[in-house]
Ligand binder design. Structure first.
Ligand code: UGA
Length: 447
């Protein structure tokens, strides 16, 4: 099958590469000539485990192509995946200009039947707007209705997690397709057939239901996290260890163990943006989404707790201090720092006159890209180097390598024996036995 993908950001590139890997021929289009030139050489511009290999082998096999020319991409596939960005507006709603631009491009260049597929996370009602945008361009190009090529628009939200995208694409829980057309059903079934062999994961539903499913899924997960962070904050004040409570409630299959890890707040390009966008959508239809607002408010407050704990541990005196920060990305296995809790901490530290000595296995370049070179930001390649002469250590991301640490060496390197563990990575007893003070999230003596 021939497939076109618009946008080689995270979602577009993973989708294009995985569909090519499944045996389809895929043409990816993006307006950024640098990105396309790098991809044509097999260089992947984002960090995602396994993606390099999938891109390289499919480019080599002649199944995966990249172009900056819209006409080529529109002509190529019957399926036209729209995977461009939907950045938030100032008011939190998703900005659809890039999605609608692609719709117009398809309208301008199509000469035969096409299916436009909304893959980007877009608000309920976007498929209608995409349909209108294509129809308007076609009406201009072909004054007589009889001459206009037919098209359909469907919603096919993605549920990939950064850091596990390849696995999620091939082994995801479900493939949601919102459409009312039998022809689209058949084409989408053919497209996903290679990933739908063991059990039927395809769920066909109404277009608007598919659009809302995506927001509801992310908002539910964000709600679980904020709920757990709220209980963790309470546990600290009640002298209870949240880790015991987490296991206690997770054992109930109705609650489950997933996404109930307390920590320093959720980040990334999805949860913060999607919770805000759904809140905004609700207010547009006259509904005050109180729970969603609370989910966000709890998360914003949670991101500040690392600074508060650190400040309490160091008697409120942070001016002139150097703080070691382990983990800068919003979660492990990615260099993505969008809305990362580490950023709230670092910015608060700089405001208080402290220097950050940061270490992250992959996000160093990204951190410099965001903050540039500044005297109060030192990034090092070795986690122990971050500690030398630092006043305290804060963990912002639970990279696996942080799970094995020689606490005696940590104690020897730090000027003050303080660890703030924003992800509850460490066993408090092991830390305390080494003579360090331990501040976790929702654990005893962590306030
Ligand atoms: C999320 C969803 O999990 C994907 O299903 C969805 O496709 C994606 O958004 C999207 O809309 O594109 P992602 O943002 O990559 O994926 O990351 P997650 O693994 O969900 O983590 C999000 C944040 O929640 C991270 O900052 C993580 O540290 C935090 N988190 C996660 C917790 O604080 N506690 C938990 O128990 C789980």
């Amino acid at each position: 099958m021939k497939i076109s993908v618009f946008g080689v950001g995270y979602v577009g590139l993973v989708t294009g590469a995985c569909l090519a890997d499944a045996g389809h021929e895929v043409m990816c289009m993006d307006i950024d000539p640098d990105k396309i030139a790098r991809l044509q050489k097999g260089e992947v511009p984002i960090y995602e485990p396994g993606l390099d290999d999938v891109v390289t082998r499919n480019v080599a096999a002649g199944r995966l192509f990249f172009t900056t020319e819209p006409s080529k991409a529109v002509e190529f596939g019957v399926l036209q995946f729209i995977a461009v960005g939907t950045p938030p507006d100032e008011d939190g709603s998703a900005d659809l200009q890039y999605v609608l631009n692609v719709a117009r491009l398809v309208g301008q260049h199509m000469t035969s039947y096409k299916v436009l597929i909304d893959k980007s996370t877009v608000p309920v009602g976007t498929a209608d707007k995409v349909r209108d945008a294509v129809a308007a361009v076609l009406a201009e190009r072909f004054p007589s209705e009889a001459d206009r090529p037919a098209f359909d628009v469907c919603s096919n939200p993605e549920f990939l997690k950064e850091g596990a995208a390849i696995e999620d694409f091939s082994k995801g829980a479900r493939i949601v397709v919102g459409t009312g057309s039998e022809r689209v059903r058949e084409l989408m079934s053919e497209c996903y057939a290679p990933y739908n062999r063991i059990r039927n994961k395809l769920m066909f539903m109404d277009v608007r239901a598919a659009e809302l499913t995506k927001y509801a899924a992310n908002s539910m997960l964000a709600t679980k996290i904020s709920f757990m962070n709220e209980v963790a904050n309470l546990a600290e004040r009640l002298d209870v260890d949240i880790e015991q409570v987490r296991q206690g409630i997770g054992s109930d299959p109705r609650i489950g163990y997933h996404f109930i890890y307390p920590g320093c707040g959720y980040g990334g390009s999805c949860f913060p943006k999607d919770v805000q966008a759904l809140t905004r959508t609700a207010s547009e239809v006259g509904y005050d989404a109180e729970l969603l607002k609370a989910v966000e408010a709890v998360n914003l407050r949670q991101k500040q707790t690392l600074f508060t704990k650190l400040s309490n541990a160091l008697d409120g005196d942070l001016k002139g201090r150097t703080i070691a920060v382990w983990g800068l990305s919003f979660k492990p296995e990615t260099d993505d720092m969008r809305d990362a809790p580490s950023r709230v901490l670092m910015e608060a530290l700089w405001k208080a006159g402290a220097t950050v000595r940061g270490y992250d296995p992959v996000a160093e370049d990204e951190c410099h890209r965001i903050y540039g070179q500044r005297d109060d930001l030192q990034l090092v390649d070795d986690r122990m180097d971050a500690l030398k002469g630092a006043d305290a250590l804060v963990i912002c991301t639970e990279w696996t390598e942080f799970r094995s640490v020689d606490f005696a060496a940590v104690k020897a390197a730090l000027r003050f024996p303080v660890i703030v563990d924003g992800r509850n990575v460490f066993d408090p007893k092991a830390v305390k036995d080494a003579g360090l003070m331990y501040y976790g999230v929702g654990r005893a003596d962590s306030l």
